[in-house]
Design a protein around this ligand. Structure first.
Ligand code: NDP
Ligand code: MG
Length: 387
């Protein structure tokens, strides 16, 4: 029996993970589940999967959650300490699928407790990749990519020599506004940005896909997972979202990963630790697809991507600052206090401010990451009023 916990069980990735577990209940046992505000789904999942412990990160929801689970043999806790308690339970495999930097400490706790960590929470790799890798190595556990592009990269480079790899191409759908011009982007709303053409995901990553902030995070995530330099990563807009990554080799050969736009493919690959599982997903019918398009992204239209490459080159604490400033900018866009294009302006101004004070070059240690995260949010808040 493989013991499993899911951090962020009520979200898009969490629900897809539970869907896979449901298919193999005789081999997979759910130990812990966490959520934040959707405690009804959290309670239902705890009952359905017979979990041992659940936590809501929202202290105010504790009593309601406890009441929903009264009469069931399940430990209920709340707040960040509750989430960390779930993360610290000894299991074989943990899905890290909390959204945002809130996923960092729980993911680290799971690694420290000796679990193999499937990482959907790209923000923790962007902010603290070196720490995540160090802890995983010290514990002798695996850090497994779940992001579809990174799962795809791990599949196409498998069995290849590192020296023979010349470049990785990561694809981006172009998000909700792929066909809009820069001037048409001026007035777009959070509601419009929340509609992804190909993927069904949480709201924040969907908006980040429209701005390409998501792709900016992903190139940094790729650097951390696969030891790639900026010059070894290319991003191409690929509207069909079927080719997720392409590895280019020194002999001019290329290997592409093609798969459905369904996260259960990448989650299953992580769940079964790189073994293939018979999934009832609809195969991509290339004869029906007909054409696969690729084009270079327009960096004027997608300034976030240029920022992402700068951060990748900068290293140090730049990733943590970038992610925090981006989260603050996104919160303000969602609150209609900042325009869609203003998000990149705020993040750039925040990064310039921190760089000019030489704040980003320190070693990536946890305390420094938490501190720069706090500073970046405060500075970004100030810039929100200026843009
Ligand atoms: P969702 O918004 O759908 O789910 C987020 C999860 O995190 C929910 O369980 C939510 O609880 C919980 N949560 C929210 N805020 C907090 C907090 N402060 N503390 C603890 N838990 C919290 O997001 P997704 O599933 O789309 O994304 C999850 C992660 O996976 C992100 O890092 C995203 O970038 C990454 N990812 C997602 C993909 C996708 O297809 N969705 C693809 C690749 C990566 P509740 O709902 O109960 O409030
Ligand atoms: Mg992705």
């Amino acid at each position: 029996m493989k013991n499993i916990s899911i951090l962020g069980a009520t979200g898009s990735i969490g629900r897809n993970t539970l869907d896979l577990i449901q298919r193999e209940r005789d081999k997979l046992k759910v130990v812990g589940l966490t959520g934040a505000n959707n405690i009804r789904l959290l309670a239902e999942s705890a009952i359905k999967f017979n979990a041992d412990i659940v936590a809501t990160s929202n202290d105010n929801k504790f009593h309601d959650l406890k009441e929903m689970l009264s009469g069931y043999q399940v430990e209920v806790c709340a707040g960040i300490n509750g989430v960390l308690e779930v993360a610290s339970r000894q299991v074989d495999w943990v899905m890290s699928s909390i959204v945002g930097s809130a996923g960092l400490l729980p993911g680290l706790k799971a690694l420290e407790a000796g679990a193999n960590l499937a990482l959907a929470n790209k923000e923790s790799m962007v902010a603290a990749g070196p720490i995540m890798k160090r802890v995983a190595e010290a514990q002798g556990v695996k850090l497994i990519p779940v992001d579809s592009e990174h799962s795809a990269i791990s599949q196409v480079i498998r069995g290849e020599e590192r020296d023979s790899l010349s470049k990785i191409i990561i694809t981006a759908s172009g998000g909700a506004f792929r066909n809009l011009t820069i001037s048409e982007l001026i007035d777009v709303t959070p509601e419009q940005a929340s509609k992804h053409p190909n993927w069904d995901m949480g709201q924040r990553i969907t908006i980040d896909s429209a701005s390409l902030f998501n792709k900016a995070l992903e190139i940094i995530e790729a650097k951390e997972f696969f030891g790639l330099k900026a010059s070894e990563i290319e991003v191409l807009i690929h509207p069909q979202s079927l080719v997720h990554a392409i590895a280019c080799f020194c002999d001019s050969g290329m290997k592409a990963h093609i798969g459905p736009s369904d996260m259960r493919h990448a989650i299953a690959y992580a769940l079964y630790e790189e073994k293939r599982f018979n999934l009832p997903l609809e195969e991509v019918d290339l004869s029906k697809v007909g054409t696969l398009d690729f084009e270079k992204p327009d960096l004027l239209k997608y300034p976030a991507l240029k920022l992402g490459f700068d951060v990748l080159e900068q290293g140090g604490l730049a990733g943590a600052a970038f992610n925090a400033a981006k989260e603050e900018a996104l919160d303000n866009f969602l609150d209609h206090k900042l325009s869609f294009l203003g998000m990149a302006d705020v993040v750039r101004a925040t990064m310039d401010e921190l760089s000019s004070k030489n704040q980003l070059s320190s070693e990536v240690e946890l305390e420094a990451v938490i501190d720069i995260d706090r500073q970046a949010r405060l500075i970004a808040k100030i810039f929100v009023d200026k843009f």
